[in-house]
Design a binder for this molecule. Structure first.
Ligand code: SF4
Length: 717
């Protein structure tokens, strides 16, 4: 791309898209964003992927939501902000008055700023009095959050991107980093180029662009991760690769809610010899042995994972076991040795997980169900004792079910497109018809605004300022540089306006986002998620700061739980201090490989798995509107040649894929990169809605749905 030469000024910011959170430089001229380039001072070393390069273009696409709309006689019609907000306030008030606070809900997003999610969470939990606050992070990273919290006592990764420069072995499992987190992937490639002995293990049912680079590729059957990891742990013990000092001093063992001994844990592993696991996973025992040896024996091993692990009914178990692999081998807390989950959105971590904007959660790792945590937050929020409901709200899937049944009458959806991104969407379209639904989005139409009762035009990045936090716990600031398009307003303004109209304006005595950030960073000081030292001023002058960061002189923390690095560590003489756990010991969980929630049969003999491509992002509401990307295909169904022959399909044929829930049509792409018996589609395309087919079965711990494995049939369409 040609550089723009007439730039008046450059401003520091961060990419609007994935959780890699690449630093950008924003070129301005005549009050417009005219260029975006990678920030050489940021962790991405000046690089951007194709989506990042197009941050400027997405501001100026034609197809924006420009003014509020209200559905009248079945059609969305232009309305004033006053009319729209009055209608919303009166419908929410009516429901709260007649049916109680749990009759309303907020469904947010990892694309809102931290200040926006925090304010919405506070309004609903401390103002209205309902915990019906959830959002799209439930669909992508809830299993990682539960994994970290249950193993270490605290959510969020302990490592940082810099670990990539020190690792000698990478274990990439359930992640197509080369397409979905391409700039972290480039950093991994940098390490491989500078140290050719670096070994890359990739675990995936598809031979993705990531797997093409693997030194060892484990093409497992979908949903068999738990057997694989148990078998690798079996091998760690058999080959003497376990770290006895770690086990003795820093680990405890657990089965369900019961403590068990290490011997009991070891004896359960007997079921997972490489030979037995190989037959479950569909790979060879030798591959498992080599993966275990490389993982355990390398000087420093770093794991990356994302949706492939999280979006399974055993997602929490898989997360816990990857963490256990690091703990048991001592591959943790050293440069290059760490488990590291990647996030899909620019602010799902800090904005949603850390602010506790989920149905079961309160800020900074607190839980709704814990009376002490409720009391702490009531004091910090200065609301009367008993204000916060003790009942967890509806998680994403159950929220839309409750909208369908009438239990939830009104919902505010912000910056997300659930009627494309939820699994098994057909019943949730009905939910949109049954409830009074307000959708705030920068774009219209989307699959969700199509069914809304009110559409509010929302400002995009740079049309509003605020804080994002990406995968490595780095907070960084997006500046407000241009006016919102049309009548669009920031989501923050909408939340504060609604708070005023519902009589809860006193929760926000100061009216600006800067004030909310001040409140939030000070609240964090009362927790082990301490980032009190991260001020707007500091964020405006450097490309992000990693928390913990307890005071304004602290530089931020690359590695948590490590004495000498993490300022919250209590025992400076320890090798590690898992201070989030009462006894400072991390937990190793026993998990058995489970049965699938639905089986293949004669009618549905194949399996479907879903994912993404490099050029498009999520439900394409942004990327499909950009000229440079709109012709990139996402309408394909990958089919193995043997399956194609069995069903009489040629490359490029129209093909219908059907499950017990619904069907969708795609174009066949025949490839032996996918396992025989498995087909693959992306969830990007609104024309080819794969989520009419997927299942909304959820992980029992995290309530995250399983998008990675459901039984289907295919036929020529
Ligand atoms: Fe943006 Fe992610 Fe690409 Fe970085 S890797 S430029 S954050 S989309």
């Amino acid at each position: 791309r040609q550089p723009v030469i007439d730039v008046d000024s450059w401003h520091q910011g961060v990419c609007r898209f994935c959780g890699t959170g690449c630093g950008i430089k924003i070129g301005m001229s005549d009050g417009k964003v005219v260029d975006v380039k990678g920030d050489p001072a940021a962790h991405n070393r000046g690089r951007l992927c194709i989506k990042g390069i197009l941050n400027r273009e997405i501001l100026y696409v034609e197809d924006r939501a420009l003014y509020p709309m209200i559905r009248k006689n079945g059609e969305l019609e232009r309305a004033s902000w006053e009319e729209a907000m009055e209608l919303i306030a009166s419908r929410f008030s009516q429901s709260i008055q007649n049916s109680g606070p749990d009759s309303v809900a907020f469904y947010g997003s990892g694309q809102l700023f931290t200040e926006e999610s925090y304010s919405a969470n506070k309004l609903f939990k401390a103002g209205i009095g309902t915990n019906n606050v959830d959002g799209n992070p439930r669909l992508c990273m809830a299993s990682a959050a539960v994994g970290y919290t249950s193993v270490f006592g605290k959510d969020e990764p302990m490592g940082c991107y810099e670990d990539t420069d020190h690792a000698d072995c990478f274990f990439v499992t359930g992640s197509n980093m080369a397409e979905c987190h391409p700039i972290v992937w480039e950093r991994l490639q940098d390490r491989k180029r500078s140290n050719p002995d670096t070994f890359l293990i990739v675990v995936d049912p598809r031979k993705t662009r990531t797997a093409e680079h693997a030194d060892l590729f484990l093409q497992i059957k979908p949903g068999t991760d738990v057997a694989l990891y148990n078998s690798m742990i079996y091998e760690f013990y058999r080959r003497g690769l376990v770290d006895l000092e770690m086990i003795e001093d820093y680990l405890s063992f657990q089965s369900g809610s019961n403590s068990i001994t290490e011997e009991q844990f070891r004896s359960h592993l007997e079921k997972y010899t490489p030979e037995r696991a190989a037959s479950v996973c569909g790979i060879s025992a030798e591959q498992i042995r080599e993966a275990a040896f490389r993982f355990g024996n390398s000087p420093a091993t770093m794991s990356f994972w994302t949706m492939g692990l999280n979006q399974q009914i055993q997602g929490t178990a898989a997360n816990r076991l990857v963490m256990a692999m690091h703990l048991l081998t001592g591959q943790i807390g050293r440069p290059g040795a760490t488990p590291f989950s990647l996030t899909g959105q620019p602010n799902a971590g800090g904005g949603v997980r850390d602010t506790g904007s989920l149905a079961h959660a309160l800020p900074n790792g607190r839980l709704v169900a814990n009376p002490k945590h409720r009391k702490e937050m009531e004091e910090l929020w200065n609301v009367p004792e008993g204000t916060i409901s003790p009942n967890p709200g509806h998680h994403a899937i159950s929220l839309f079910q409750a909208m369908n049944s009438g239990d939830v009458e009104c919902a505010l959806i912000m910056s997300t497109n659930p009627i494309q991104s939820l699994p098994n969407i057909l019943p949730y379209r009905d939910a949109m018809e049954n409830a009074f639904v307000v959708v705030a989005d920068a774009f219209h139409p989307t699959e969700t605004t199509k069914y809304a009762d009110v559409v509010l035009p929302a400002a995009m990045w740079a049309e509003k300022g605020g804080v994002f936090s990406q995968s490595e716990r780095r907070y960084h600031y997006v500046p407000n540089l241009v006016e919102p398009k049309g009548e669009a307003r920031s989501d923050f303004d909408i939340i504060i306006d609604l708070a005023d109209r519902l009589g809860h304006g006193d929760l926000f005595p100061n009216r600006t986002q800067a004030d909310i950030w001040e409140e939030w960073r000070k609240i964090s000081a009362h927790s082990t998620y301490n980032f009190e030292g991260i001020t707007y001023e500091r964020l405006k002058n450097q490309p992000g700061i990693l928390w913990p960061c307890p005071d304004e002189d602290h530089p931020g923390t690359c590695r948590r739980y490590v004495p000498g690095e993490d300022p919250l560590v209590k025992d400076e003489d320890a090798r590690l201090d898992f201070y989030g756990r009462p006894d400072g010991r991390a937990l190793i969980y026993l998990h058995e490989q489970g049965e699938p929630y639905e089986n293949q049969n004669e009618k549905f003999p194949l399996l479907l798995t879903t994912g993404r491509v490099l050029e498009h992002w999520h439900t394409e509401t942004i990327t499909r509107r950009v000229d440079d990307l709109k012709n990139i295909k996402t309408d394909f169904l990958e089919v193995h040649p043997a399956d194609a022959a069995r069903y009489g399909l040629q490359d490029g044929d129209d093909v219908r894929v059907a499950s017990r829930r619904g069907d969708a049509e795609f174009v066949t792409r025949i490839t032996d990169d996918i396992r025989e018996g498995l087909v693959f589609a992306t969830f990007h395309s609104a024309k080819h809605l794969v989520n009419k087919v997927t299942s909304d079965a959820v992980d029992p711990f995290s309530r995250q749905p399983d998008y990675k494995r459901c039984a289907v049939s295919i036929e020529k369409a």
